[in-house]
Write a protein that binds this ligand. Structure first.
Ligand code: P6P
Length: 337
C-alpha cells in the first residue's frame, strides 16, 4: 500500500473537516521543528549539547543545554508562519507572543520542548510534548489566563519520541495516529492509524521509590498488583519505569499498560509532579482518543479547570480498566472520610 506522509494525512483531515488550514500548517511546522530537535539530541556528546545549561527553568529545575536549544527551535520555527497567537513552554515563566513583525494566527501552542531531559546524558529516549488551543477571538495579546482552558478544549495534541526511531503520535480528536520518521527522505510516514489501547493490562509504570509517601488508596492499589497471583487480582503484573513520560506513555499507547504519577507527601503541596497544560492534558487527549483513560485519581484530567500555566496534577493514565480501578479506590477513600 502507498505510504501516507504527514502532509497527505493533514490534507485528508482538512478534507474531512477535522482541522483547518492554519492548524495543519501549525502541525507541519511543529513536526519539522521536532525533526531538528531530534538531530540535535542525536548528536549527543559530539554536538556539545549534553550536560547542564547552568540556568534554572520556571520550575526551579536545572535546565539541560538541550532543554534550552529545543525551546529555541520551537519558538523560532513558530514565529513567522502566521498560524499562532502565542506560545507557552515549560521552560518559560510567561507566554511568548508572536513578534509584531509577523502576522498572528488563531492558535495557542503549549509545549514541553524536551521532556525527560534528565535522561539525555544517559542516552535514554526523551521527547517533545505539545498541545494546541484556540486563542479567544477578541484577544490580540494573549496572556497566561488565555491559555487556562480545560483539556477538553484542545484542538490537537501530540508527542515526538526520540528513540531508536523518531515517532510522532498525534490526535485532532478523531483517533490517535502514529507517524515514523523516514530519515532518508525526512518525512513522517503514517505507521499506525486509529491506535487502540487494550482495556486490560498486566504492566504498570510508577516510581516505586516514592511508595512510603503515597496516599492510602495508592498503597492499596499498587499493593494488589505487587501481590500478583497470590493476591486479589489473581495474576502477576510486570513493572516498567523509564522516568521519561513520553517513553512510558508511548509504550502504553503501543501495547497497553497503566502509568501513575500520584500525589505523595513530598509533592502534595505542589499538587503533583507533572504539569497539566503541556504534559497531562496532551497525553490525556492522546490516550483517550486511543480508547484509554486519564484521571488525576479523582477526576478526568481533561475536565480540570486550570488555575495556572505551570500547574501540576497527579496523573493516572492508560488501559481504562486499571485507571478506573485505581481512581475508584481514591474516590471510595475520599467518600469514607
Ligand atoms: P521521577 C521527567 O523529569 C518527568 O517530568 C517525566 O518525564 C517523568 O515521567 C517524571 O518526571 C519522572 O519523575 O520522579 O521518577 O524522576
Amino acid at each position: 500500500m502507498k505510504p501516507v506522509s504527514l502532509i497527505q494525512f493533514l490534507i485528508e483531515e482538512r478534507r474531512a473537516g477535522h482541522i483547518n488550514t492554519e492548524l495543519s500548517l501549525l502541525i507541519e511546522v511543529v513536526a519539522r521543528a521536532c525533526k531538528r530537535i531530534g538531530v540535535a539530541t542525536g548528536k549527543g556528546a559530539l554536538g556539545g549539547v549534553l550536560g547542564a545549561a547552568g540556568t534554572d527553568n520556571v520550575q526551579g529545575e536545572a535546565q539541560k543545554k538541550l532543554d534550552v536549544i529545543s525551546n529555541e527551535i520551537l519558538l523560532e520555527a513558530n514565529a513567522w508562519g502566521g498560524h499562532l497567537a502565542a506560545c507557552a513552554s515549560e521552560e518559560m515563566e510567561d507566554p511568548q507572543p508572536i513578534p509584531d513583525m509577523y502576522p498572528k494566527g488563531q492558535h495557542l501552542l503549549l509545549f514541553d520542548p524536551l521532556d525527560g531531559s534528565s535522561n539525555i546524558d544517559v542516552n535514554i529516549s526523551v521527547g517533545t510534548i505539545f498541545s494546541v488551543l484556540r486563542c479567544p477571538d477578541d484577544v490580540t495579546e494573549p496572556k497566561a489566563e488565555h491559555f487556562l482552558q480545560p483539556g477538553t478544549t484542545q484542538l490537537a495534541a501530540g508527542y515526538v519520541v526520540y528513540g531508536p526511531s523518531t515517532l510522532l503520535v498525534l490526535t485532532f480528536g478523531h483517533g490517535t495516529h502514529e507517524f515514523t520518521l523516514d530519515r532518508e527522505i525526512g518525512s513522517f510516514i503514517l505507521s499506525r492509524r486509529d491506535i487502540r489501547i487494550p482495556e486490560q493490562t498486566g504492566e504498570f509504570a510508577i516510581n516505586m521509590s516514592n511508595q512510603r509517601h503515597w496516599e492510602a488508596p495508592m498503597q492499596r492499589y499498587i499493593g494488589e498488583l505487587l501481590a500478583g497471583n497470590d493476591g486479589p487480582r489473581g495474576r502477576d503484573f510486570n513493572m516498567r519505569w523509564v522516568a521519561s513520560m513520553v517513553a512510558d506513555v508511548h509504550r502504553i499507547v503501543t501495547r497497553g499498560g497503566v502509568f501513575f504519577y500520584p500525589l505523595d507527601a513530598k509533592i502534595k503541596s505542589k499538587g503533583g509532579k507533572l504539569r497539566l497544560m503541556y504534559e497531562a492534558n496532551p497525553m490525556a487527549f492522546i490516550v483517550e482518543q486511543a480508547g484509554g483513560a486519564a484521571t488525576t485519581g479523582r477526576e478526568r484530567i481533561m475536565e480540570v479547570q486550570p488555575t495556572g500555566l505551570h500547574q501540576r496534577v497527579p496523573v493516572f493514565l492508560g488501559s481504562s480498566q486499571e485507571v478506573e480501578q485505581a481512581t475508584r479506590y481514591h474516590r471510595e477513600a475520599d467518600n469514607a472520610q
